[in-house]
Write a protein that binds this ligand. Structure first.
Ligand code: SAH
Ligand code: SF4
Ligand code: F3S
Length: 457
């Protein structure tokens, strides 16, 4: 009988990719995806450590799962409970101590060893023997060489990890400790995975990496490929209509990648380019390795290559020692760039990071006030950007059904959600949509159907 597997995913897109790959690793063992944790034979919580509230969710969730595990045991069954991801990597031993009912704890670089871990955990959960399984090594072998080729693709848009880990050590960030050192997958491995994804129905692929634009690896021609070269090769895959990549560091944007934005039609005109702050003093304290002016120059060069490029960023407000003037500099940078969309966060002191040891940690009220002011400006820019689409006809990749009957949701080239009416058969296709309204978080429009297509749709 098939066993039920439930995976709860927190954090970034790479965790979404990892969760899908964990399911691929477990499929040959007879595990099938379940919609809810209750009653499942195995539950994996794939965690995020980036900010304090992200990690706290893990322990809350584990409390709820403990009860489900007990209910399953009372019925004579067994639920294997696993914690994966960045909290597992950072606090593995603490989880084992605080939540001894957890059977397995493993980090982002160890999940190719799941079959072996499951065997050990089921043995120990069934009776006396070894206690929970902990695997937070950074193994010498790359998990990518051991993951199965069979991949389940959900929907028209897929993620593909091309680079992982980070050597930048921004002083606020846990990622270099949870994901490990920078590692790039060889280009032929990526091209093969992309082809398989497209054959399984993906029309769009988002290349993932903590520092994706630092990508440097061997190409099939024996030369070293950067991300620009890789994108040009991926764009040749028949049926792959759209390419995106995330997340980039401003320091690693090379000439070839900038040029690719103007030269590769499949590369969508949207770029997430985190700047964190507009103050040189704070950028320096964050160890971001560039100044505000460098970022603005880079934006100019990108827009020269692709004039309609929509930009997105991450911001941290209330970094230790951030003054009113520093915060003002962030607002000025935002005004100078004009973002289509952005994420902003209150600084969260993370254990083990250099910034957490700095004096002058700011009050939460100061952080809240600054966050509100920044978000007001960003949302004004986002609404203006969305409104500017009114009257245009945009190609929309239809992804899923909406909340209401007949509603479909898709994505514009600029990564805006677009709400349309149409037949669910359109899911997975790219259709021309006349945009009628631009709202704060989405666009609304009507599918333009050629007369000969009307009967079909
Ligand atoms: N380069 C990474 C960034 C990961 S973290 C990537 O591939 O996505 C995503 C964002 O979280 C960062 O850009 C930063 O804005 C925010 N962040 C990271 N550490 C933080 C902290 N300690 N407090 C608040 N925000 C943080
Ligand atoms: Fe974290 Fe900085 Fe690396 Fe991004 S570049 S993952 S923010 S250390
Ligand atoms: Fe979170 Fe780890 Fe991603 S800390 S943001 S899940 S790399």
């Amino acid at each position: 009988m098939a066993k039920k597997l439930f995976i709860r995913t927190y954090g970034c897109q790479m965790n979404v990719y990892d969760s899908a790959r964990m399911a691929d690793v477990l499929a040959p063992l007879g595990f099938e995806p379940a919609d809810a944790p209750e009653g499942a034979d195995m539950v994996i919580v794939n965690t995020c450590h980036i900010r304090e509230n992200a990690s706290e969710k893990t322990f809350h969730e584990l409390g709820r799962l403990r009860q489900m595990k007990q209910r399953k045991a009372a019925e004579g069954g067994q639920m294997v409970l696993a914690v994966a991801g960045c909290v597992a990597q950072a606090e593995g031993a603490e989880i084992m101590a605080r939540a001894p009912f957890v059977d397995m704890v493993f980090g982002p670089q160890a999940y190719h060893r799941l079959p072996e871990m499951v065997a050990r955990a089921t043995r120990s959960a069934a009776g006396p023997g070894e206690r929970g399984v902990l695997d937070t090594d950074f193994p010498v072998e790359s998990k990518f060489d051991h993951l199965p080729e069979e991949q389940k693709v959900e929907g028209a848009s897929a993620f593909l990890t091309v680079q992982e880990g980070c050597d930048k050590f921004c002083t606020f960030c846990v990622v270099p400790y949870t994901r490990g050192a920078e590692f790039c997958r060889p280009a032929d491995q990526i091209l093969a995975e992309a082809s398989r994804l497209v054959r399984s129905g993906a029309a769009e692929i988002t290349l993932l990496g903590q520092n994706v634009n630092a990508y440097q690896a061997d190409g099939p021609d024996g030369k070293t490929w950067g991300l620009g070269r890789l994108i040009r090769a991926l764009a040749e895959i028949d049926g792959l209509a759209r390419l995106r990549y995330t997340t980039s560091h401003p320091r690693d944007m090379d000439d070839d990648l900038i040029a690719a934005h103007g030269e590769v039609p499949a590369l969508m005109p949207y770029l997430h380019l985190p700047v964190q702050s507009g103050s040189d003093r704070i950028l320096e304290a964050m160890n971001r390795k560039h100044k505000a002016a460098d970022y603005l120059r880079l934006v100019e060069r990108l827009r020269a290559a692709r004039p309609d490029l929509a930009l997105s960023s991450d911001f941290i407000v209330g970094f230790p020692g951030e003054s009113d003037a520093d915060f003002e500099a962030t607002l000025s940078l935002v005004r100078a760039v004009g973002y289509a969309q952005a994420f902003s966060f209150k600084y969260s002191a993370r254990p083990g990071t250099p910034a957490s040891l700095l004096e002058l940690q700011l009050d939460d009220t100061v952080k809240s006030d600054r966050l509100h002011a920044l978000q007001a400006l960003l949302s004004e820019q986002q609404t203006a950007f969305n409104s500017s689409m009114t009257g245009r006809t945009l190609p929309v990749l239809v992804e899923k059904t909406g909340k209401f009957p007949g509603q479909l949701i898709g994505k514009s080239p600029y990564l805006q959600s677009v709400v349309i009416q149409g037949n669910p058969r359109l899911i997975g296709t790219i259709v021309p949509v006349v945009i009628e309204a631009g709202h704060a978080n989405s666009l609304a429009g009507t599918v333009q159907i050629a007369p000969e297509m009307e009967g079909a749709a």
